[in-house]
Design a protein. Structure first.
Length: 244
């Protein structure tokens, strides 16, 4: 409701802006972590005016905006992000940034689904990450998505794995070694992303590489915030560090 109100406010109180000016204002709102305003501004553009790049920005605003909301409101934001990314894919079908983000947002959607659909979405996540990495093997987000995918799969218990095999046959193996490998690439490509360093540290801890994990977390705590969710990510960094 709040987002719709902001959209109406932008529509009726803002002078008619060119698409370029609208995007500039939306970008400014996004950088200020005002995701609701950024979404409302981006959404005033027609689908024809939304380039693949603008769709990616809009999807990011839905994604990180959803991350800040109560759990009961998050899934709807992630579904909107995925819908926008599917539009972006039609405009730019060989764009690794889009595939990586589809993997990322599908991972968040899976958190709200039952076990059977969660397994199905897990296979989708890997497919999106693989497509992104086929286009750009060093892609930061795609490597992070695949690294986290391996981490979660490696942690599946006997009952969960049996359940997955019952519905989907053979289930790919995950490993903490592969998780650390991909997350190391993600950190190397995007050293400013706190979330990647936390994920990498968790994989390192599973491998008994505590000193390296500690280094990653100490660096994470010194990094500036680049999305509003980094406040929460830094809290996780502190908690992980305290347990080492």
């Amino acid at each position: 409701m709040r987002l719709f109100s902001i959209f109406l406010l932008c529509l009726f109180t803002t002078p008619m802006l060119s698409a370029h000016d609208t995007v500039a204002q939306a970008d400014s709102a996004y950088r200020a972590f005002n995701y609701s305003l950024a979404i409302a501004l981006y959404e005033t553009l027609s689908d024809d005016d939304k380039t693949a790049e603008i769709c990616i920005k809009l999807a990011d605003a839905y994604f990180y905006g959803g991350y800040e909301l109560p759990k009961s409101k998050q899934e709807a934001m992630y579904l909107k992000a995925k819908s926008v990314l599917e539009l972006a894919l039609k405009k730019s079908p060989a764009n690794p940034d889009i595939y990586a983000r589809l993997g990322q947002v599908t991972g968040q959607i899976a958190l709200f689904r039952g076990n059977k659909e969660k397994v199905k979405l897990g296979l989708e996540i890997k497919e999106y990450a693989d497509k992104a990495l086929a286009l750009d093997p060093n892609h930061g987000m795609a490597n992070a998505v695949l690294g986290i995918w391996h981490y979660e799969l490696a942690g599946l218990g006997f009952v969960e794995r049996t359940f997955a095999k019952l519905f989907f046959g053979n289930v790919p193996e995950g490993s903490y070694e592969q998780s650390a490998k991909h997350l190391a690439k993600a950190v190397s490509h995007s050293p400013e992303v706190i979330f990647y360093r936390n994920a990498y540290a968790k994989a390192l801890l599973k491998l008994g590489r505590d000193t390296e994990a500690k280094q990653q977390l100490e660096i994470a705590l010194k990094l500036p915030l680049i999305v509003a969710g980094d406040k929460q990510n830094k809290r996780e960094s502190r908690l992980l560090l305290a347990d080492i």
